[in-house]
Design a protein around this ligand. Sequence first.
Ligand code: 4NP
Length: 159
Amino acid sequence: MVRVCFVCLGNICRSPTAEGVMASLLMSAGLRDAVALDSAGTGGWHQGERPDKRSQAAAKRRGITLPGTAQKFTASHFDRYDYVVAMDKSNRENLLRLARTEDDRAKISLLRSFDPESEANADVPDPYYGSGDGFERVLDICEAGCVGLLAHLRDEHSI
Ligand code: 4NP
């Protein structure tokens, strides 16, 4: 089984959205059991909380349920995953600081790097302090990134 963790700052908006979108894509492809999914934040302020209500509502409008409760990503989390997928460059920097080995570092990527339509090094913008449509945009971006990530996993792992 391939193990993927999506990582943002708070683990209540972007990374649970990516996790829910990816679960939905895997389900549609009949591959839900081939990939284990998780998400985490590099900050710990929201640990134990369910995803932001605005993220949940936007996802629900697309038939997607957001999973889990927020957790903080720590160095030992690298041992649990094959792919650690950051939502933005700041999250990636935080993860690179936590990485203990070259193996850890090699697991880190940016979600939008899997979207062939995206510019290099593009971020999933943080919707937390913005207006409501930021959450729709996060969903659109996560869908494009996760479609690309799924294609990558299928190629790399023969699933
Ligand atoms: P996320 O959004 O990183 O997409 O979960 C945020 C959620 C909370 C905060 C920042 C970003 N915060 O500062 O509390």
